[in-house]
Design a binder for this molecule. Structure first.
Ligand code: ZN
Ligand code: ZN
Ligand code: ZN
Length: 135
């Protein structure tokens, strides 16, 4: 494969990821990136996401509709995100938002693995409001 196209694909994926502004699945990333790189394959998108996660600036953000979603995040140190389960909106929670849970777990003799809870399922105001109106 010629290096020129690889580079173009990477840039297209990066631009697409940055413009998402919410948690996204690899398929959504792929779809968004194809405007700029029509020949971009889904496999390349999955491989790129793997690399981003290894490099530490994409994080797992749970699932939406049964599909794994991710957030791009440059924050350093231990932190959590809230991710809207309906629309994928995200917000960064500084520091450890699970300190009380960690304390309770410790009292019960457990060490809470809160790194596995980097993203907390939530519902944003817009989606919560939409629910109320339809109810
Ligand atoms: Zn993060
Ligand atoms: Zn929402
Ligand atoms: Zn924490």
């Amino acid at each position: 494969m010629e290096p020129g196209r690889n580079r173009k694909n990477r840039m297209a994926l990066l631009d697409a990821g940055r413009s998402m502004n919410r948690a996204f699945s690899v398929r959504e990333l792929h779809t968004a990136a194809r405007d700029a790189a029509p020949r971009l394959g889904l496999t390349t998108a999955y491989r790129t996401m793997e690399r981003w996660r290894e490099e530490g600036w994409a994080e797992d953000a749970g699932t939406r509709g049964g599909e794994a979603v991710y957030v791009l995040c440059a924050a350093q140190g231990h932190h959590h995100h809230v991710v809207c389960v309906d629309c994928g909106a995200t917000a960064l929670l500084e520091g450890c938002a699970l300190e009380p849970a960690r304390e309770s777990a410790r009292t019960a003799g457990f060490d809470l693995l809160d790194a596995a809870l980097g993203s907390l399922p939530a519902r944003c105001q817009a989606c919560a409001g939409a629910d109320e109106q339809s109810a």
